[in-house]
Ligand binder design. Structure first.
Ligand SMILES: Cc1ncc(COP(=O)(O)O)c(C=O)c1O
Length: 399
């Protein structure tokens, strides 16, 4: 039997002064839960609904059977870090030292968190760009620093580098960029990276570059990484995710790549944050990388076909489809059907059309009036077709 102390919860509320008072459950979790409850097709949260490569599952089982079930090394299994360095060499022709520059983390989320905790503190400022992935600002604030949110300029979500320059000051310690960009589906060009380098030149400012969608790039584009940029490489953390690259977001294995001095600081946080990452998973991914050193190479064609399938199915209807240069996502513009208000429209899509989407407002500090929601394309063709049919029918009802 459970004895309850009636005054306990009110006392707890008094003592638990929230460090993030306005933060609730993320929109991704909320939408997935509601999609499940309502039986809606879930094009909201960014995760695949198709099977992973069975070979990866076999390797995970084999790693556990072989007894790799105790703590892995804090910085990551050497064979996996070597595989990551080889993969970076193949993708970008860069030489990364697996010993001093690669740290295996609990998804890219932990890499982002640990990097931020390692380098920003009270009195510092970090710059992020809206719409911004939702983990950046809380991590900055938990480090005691302030997050300055600069907008990417509509309708194409372009960077205003003059504004960035104007915003940089004595307190600026970190600039956080994300390319390919979730949720804008845009990419930083090499020129953007040059402008970023110019903006922080001569100052004690670091860069955190979220590159989890590095391979999901469309129409022949090439991903521009900070790791091969002559000025940025020496002052950047780049973060990556095997969840995205292996179509298995539940693996929760990612990595951070940075110069040795920054890696050393990141590991100081990592070792007290997660300490080390699931050992059998690291063995399995290392073995998988050894068998398929080209992982990632087919992702562009795979996801481009999905993007084109969804776009094709919705073409000619009342929804507009802004260009998507990369990522797991495609934006859907409902401006011809309803007034601005993406949260309200996402709710209608969920309850009336039976399709879960993600509004963009939660990615903003101060959201403008928006007529776009985000659709995830990392879904089976049948899911995409069914969702497109539901969306088209709903659009017809509205017109
Ligand atoms: C832009 C961006 N960064 C980071 C992450 C987190 O990656 P992980 O699942 O490996 O923690 C995501 C996941 O959706 C993302 O979209």
């Amino acid at each position: 039997m459970v004895h309850r102390n009636p005054s306990a919860s009110s006392e707890a509320a008094r003592f638990a002064r929230s460090k993030l008072p306005e933060v609730g459950t993320t929109i991704f979790t909320v939408m997935s839960r509601r999609a499940h409850e309502l039986g809606a097709l879930n094009l909201g949260q960014g995760f695949p609904d198709y099977d992973i490569d069975p070979r990866l599952a076999t390797l995970v089982a084999a790693a556990m059977t072989a007894g790799h079930n105790q703590y892995a090394p804090m910085e990551g299994l050497m064979s996996l870090r070597q595989g990551i360095a080889a993969k970076l060499a193949r993708s970008y022709r860069i030489a990364i030292d697996p010993e001093t520059q690669v740290t295996v983390t609990l998804g890219a989320t932990e890499a982002i968190y640990s990097a931020i905790q390692a380098v920003v503190g009270p009195g510092d400022e970090a710059i992020a760009f809206d719409p911004a992935y939702d983990s950046y600002e809380p991590a900055v604030r938990l480090a005691g620093a302030r997050c300055i949110r600069l907008p990417l300029m509509p309708p194409d979500f372009v960077y205003d580098w003059e504004r960035v320059r104007a915003c940089i000051g004595e307190r600026t310690r970190l600039v956080i960029v994300n390319s390919p960009h979730n949720p804008a589906c845009t990419m930083l060009s090499r020129t953007d990276l040059d402008r970023l380098a110019e903006a922080i030149d001569g100052r004690d400012i670091l860069v955190l570059s979220d590159e989890v969608y590095e391979h999901v790039v469309f129409d022949g584009r090439a991903h521009a990484t900070v790791l091969d940029h002559p000025e940025l490489a020496g002052r950047s953390f780049a973060v990556f995710s095997f969840g995205k690259t292996l179509h298995a977001t539940g693996l929760r294995v990612g990595y951070a790549v940075a110069p040795p001095e920054l890696t050393r600081e990141l590991r100081k946080v990592h070792q007290f944050n997660t300490f080390s990452i699931a050992n059998p998973l690291q063995h399995a991914i290392a073995a998988y990388l050894a068998e398929k050193p080209d992982i990632g190479a087919d992702l562009a064609a795979f996801f481009q076909a999905k993007r084109d399938r969804l776009r094709g199915a919705l073409a000619g209807g009342a929804f507009q489809l802004p260009p998507a240069q990369g990522t797991y996502f495609q934006l859907l513009d409902f401006g011809a059907l309803a007034p601005p208000g993406d949260v309200a429209f996402a709710e209608r899509l969920l309850t009336e059309a039976g399709v879960a989407t993600i509004p963009l407002s939660p990615f903003y500090e101060r959201a403008p009036a928006l007529t776009v929601v985000r659709l995830c394309i990392a879904k089976r063709d049948a899911t995409l077709d069914a969702a497109a049919a539901r969306l088209a029918k709903f659009a017809e009802r509205l017109t």
